[in-house]
Each structure stands twice: as structure tokens, then as C-alpha cells.
Ligand binder design. Structure first.
Ligand code: ADP
Ligand code: MG
Length: 454
């Protein structure tokens, strides 16, 4: 339970702190305990624990309190994570490469691969098909098809998942695999330089068959590490050993990356992952819901799928949040609970999403769809078609634009909020038993999505 709550919190913190900070300070933390008013967070080392306590405590407290629904105190403890071998002890000594500070601790690239991330639990759709197929191909024929394989996307879209899936598959077929992040690689290299053990460092990287480098963009500006990586890459590549990298942008867009390294990284296959479409989001939620071992209706899953469109981690966070909220509040896991659980997140997402999707656009789309005018929707006519279109507009204004019930009433000609509530409820209930209406709703959503884009 504490871990589920913490995962929801991480989903939210991820959008509130920038990516390097998230990856450095929050990514490897876990929820250890929640009792009384105290929530205990486990950090991989004292350095991280102290940093979280001094720099992020109030944000963490606020986020957790809003998820749990009451005020909590936070305690930080150091834990030994299986992915973080003891060698990665914290130190405050700093060393620089290319003018940017990095920790001069002795990090180890881990070949302990997180077992949650495999090909079998990666859901494919249009958005990730190429990257998935390439990753699978590479894991079946490493070093011979696409070398290097370079996968890029925005955050939370499954890059690390695919990278680790390649790791599992190739390890299982007897290859020597090394998974590391560009940051870890840099830290290790700096450590090796400082301690005169660069030979050992190079030897380690040349001993492997498959090198998996996550978050390659971190090499930006790290002049010496780039140089070192360039040589490692060449040595591996000439012996047909596989290199796979992930990044938040294509090679040519990485700033402060040596030209020759860019061209090396472009020399195999560059595949991107786009945000998942609705069907894929829904499929992901179904799998994750199964893992929670609690029945969650498809209506609720669809509601969650429609709120989080840009990031699978946030999508999962949304599901965890609904689940946790219902459990903690003892409420039934119904649509009302789901809406309450996600209220503030939905508001934030829809601000992101619907900057251009105004209530007027929704009205015009619905009116067009039913061959009516927007004025008719706000008017007094009560024939069946108009009433249905009006209810559809209510539902979509709520779902797509997160308008309050009274705002919707206002927009639709000064109706009161109970009328709107009734209308939304009617569409939500009817779409589950009337496939034609469900199709209309989906078509309207599609058209709004297209028109909603800038
Ligand atoms: P990235 O490295 O691109 O930031 P991750 O690989 O860490 O993203 O993915 C974030 C979360 O979303 C992980 O829990 C991952 O398992 C999940 N995820 C992303 N894409 C998919 C997918 N297509 N199928 C199943 N889970 C996914
Ligand atoms: Mg990642």
C-alpha cells in the first residue's frame, strides 16, 4: 500500500519537477511505510535522502497529503535497493566533465535488470510499433540488424521499458549484457579518471556483448565522456556487438554532442515512440488494472484513459491514484470516486491539453454532428434529437474541458447544475448499453482531438 501511494505521488511529482531532478532524486525512491500521520520514503543513499528532505520536502508533503486526503509528515530512510549495489554509496565529492558537475561516487552500471519490464508486458499500438519491432528484432539478432538502435521519445512513453526488455531477452539467450544510464556512465568515467582506473573502466565495457545506454541526452556537454564513449562504441561496433541507446530527442537534436558521435548514433536505426492512442492507453490500463487485482469497470478505465494522453507513467499514476483513493476513503470504486480522485490532476492535464479546445469548439462540433446549430443546444427546444445532442455536449464539456456542472449549465443557456448532472449521467449510462451512442461519442471525441490540436 505505501508503495502504491508513493507511485501515484511520483506520477505527479514527475510533472512538477524537471526531468534531470526527477531522475536524480526521485526515480529510485520507494514508499516504505504509512502509519498514523507519518509516511516513510526510502531513498537509495543518504545523499538523496538529505537532498529530498532539504529541497523537496514541502512539495512531497503537499503531493502526498493531497493523495491521501489528510495531512502527513514525511520521514526519509536510506534503503539498499537491489538495482543500486553498495558501490553506489553517496559522496559529496564533486568532479567535473565539460564544466558540469557530476557526482564522483563510484556508481556501477548494473546488469540487474528490473523484471517488471519485459516484451510480454509491453502493449503495442501505432505509436510504438516501430520501436517495439526493432527492439524485438535486435534482441533476437543482436549485432546484426540495426546497430546501433536508437530509440527516442518524450518522457514516460516506454523507452526504458523497451531497453530493459532487450536486456532480459538477450541475457536469457546467454549474452553478456550491460545496462547503464548515460549519467551513470559519466559518473563512472569521472570516478575512473580521478582514481586512475580508466583501464579497468574500458575493459569492463569491452567485455560485453550488448550495451544498453538509457537517457543518452545526458552526454550533452560532457566532452570527455563523449570521447570515451565514442571509442567504446567503435570497439563494440566493429566486433558486431550490439549498442542500444534511448534519448529524449533524435541524435541530431542533442545539443553539445560531438558531430562524429551524432553520426555514429544515426548509423543504425533511429525509431521514435509517440504518445499512445486511446485504444493503446485503454489496453495498458486493462493490464495494469488486472495487476491491482481489483475489478475496475471499463467506463472508469476509459475515463482515466481519456485524462492522460501524453505519458504512460502518468496514465498508470492516474489508475493508482483512483485505486488508492477508493481504498483509503473506503468509497466504492465507481465513476464518482474516480472523478473525485483525479479532480485536480484532470484540471492540470486538461489545461495542458485543451489550450485550444474551447467550450465553443465543443458546442460547434456537437451541433454539427447532430445537424443543429450551437444556439439550438443552448435553446429551449426539447425534441429527442436536440435533447440528446445537448446531453452529449454536457458530457463532452465535462470530460474534455473539465468544466464544472454550473459552468456547463451557463454555457448551455442557463440550465441548473442538477440538469447537467442528469445529462452527463444519462450519456455515461446509455453508452454502456447502446453501442451506437458509444460510437457517436467516440467519433465526437476523435473530431475534437483533431480540432483541439493547435
Ligand atoms: P521512458 O523511459 O520513456 O520515460 P518508461 O519506459 O520508464 O518511459 O515508461 C514509464 C512507465 O510506463 C513504465 O512503468 C512502463 O512500464 C510503462 N509503459 C510505457 N509504455 C508502455 C507500454 N506500451 N506498455 C506497457 N507499459 C508501458
Ligand atoms: Mg526512461
Amino acid at each position: 500500500m505505501p508503495q502504491k501511494i508513493w507511485e501515484s505521488a511520483l506520477g505527479e511529482l514527475q510533472v512538477q519537477v524537471n526531468k534531470p531532478n526527477f531522475d536524480t532524486w526521485l526515480k529510485d525512491t520507494i514508499g516504505i511505510n504509512y502509519q498514523g500521520e507519518t509516511f516513510v520514503i526510502g531513498a537509495p543513499n543518504t545523499f538523496v535522502a538529505e537532498w529530498l528532505e532539504t529541497r523537496l520536502n514541502s512539495l512531497i508533503k503537499k503531493t502526498l497529503s493531497s493523495i491521501i486526503g489528510k495531512h502527513v509528515q514525511i520521514k526519509y530512510e536510506v534503503i539498499n535497493l537491489p538495482m543500486q549495489p553498495v558501490a553506489q554509496k553517496a559522496t559529496r565529492a564533486y568532479q567535473t566533465d565539460g564544466g558540469i558537475s557530476v557526482k564522483a561516487s563510484r556508481p556501477t552500471a548494473s546488469s540487474n535488470l528490473d523484471t517488471r519490464y519485459t516484451f510480454s508486458n509491453f502493449i503495442t499500438g501505432e505509436s510504438n510499433r516501430l520501436a517495439y519491432a526493432a527492439a524485438l528484432e535486435v534482441s533476437e539478432n543482436p549485432g546484426s540488424v540495426y546497430n546501433p538502435l536508437f530509440i527516442y521519445s518524450d518522457t514516460g512513453l516506454g523507452k526504458t521499458h523497451l531497453l530493459l526488455a532487450i536486456g532480459h531477452a538477450t541475457k536469457a539467450s546467454g549474452h553478456r549484457v550491460l545496462y547503464t544510464s548515460a549519467e551513470q556512465l559519466t559518473n563512472e568515467f569521472v570516478f575512473a579518471l580521478k582514481n586512475n582506473v580508466t583501464e579497468e573502466f574500458h575493459a569492463k565495457y569491452r567485455r560485453i556483448d550488448i550495451l544498453l545506454v538509457d537517457d543518452f541526452q545526458f552526454l550533452s556537454g560532457k566532452v570527455q565522456t563523449q570521447e570515451c564513449f565514442y571509442h567504446i562504441f567503435n570497439d563494440l561496433h566493429k566486433d558486431n556487438r550490439q549498442v542500444v541507446a534511448t534519448c529524449d530527442c533524435p541524435p541530431r537534436a542533442i545539443c553539445a554532442l560531438e558531430k562524429r558521435l551524432k553520426s555514429r548514433m544515426e548509423g543504425g536505426l533511429v525509431a521514435d515512440i509517440k504518445p499512445p492512442d486511446q485504444a493503446t492507453r485503454l489496453a495498458i490500463l486493462k493490464v495494469k488494472a488486472k495487476q491491482l487485482k481489483t475489478p475496475i469497470s471499463s467506463e472508469i478505465l476509459l475515463f482515466i484513459a481519456n485524462q492522460f494522453r501524453h505519458n504512460v507513467r502518468e496514465l498508470e499514476g492516474g489508475l493508482n491514484r483512483v485505486f488508492t483513493y477508493a481504498k483509503l476513503s473506503g468509497a466504492e470504486l465507481d465513476m464518482k470516486t474516480a472523478m473525485q480522485a483525479l479532480a485536480d490532476l484532470v484540471a492540470r492535464e486538461s489545461r495542458k491539453d485543451t489550450a485550444t479546445l474551447t467550450p465553443e469548439k465543443i458546442l460547434v462540433s456537437v451541433a454539427n454532428y447532430y445537424d443543429l446549430t450551437p444556439e439550438a443546444l443552448a435553446g429551449r427546444r426539447r425534441d429527442r434529437k436536440t435533447a440528446l445532442a445537448r446531453q452529449m455536449a454536457m458530457y463532452l464539456l465535462r470530460e474534455q474541458n473539465n468544466c464544472s456542472l454550473s459552468e456547463i449549465g451557463e454555457i448551455l443557456g442557463g440550465r441548473d447544475h442538477t440538469t447537467v448532472l442528469h445529462g452527463c449521467g444519462k450519456i455515461s449510462a446509455e453508452t454502456t448499453i447502446n453501442p451506437q451512442l458509444a460510437r457517436s461519442l467516440e467519433e465526437l471525441r476523435q473530431s475534437l482531438r483533431i480540432k483541439g490540436k493547435p
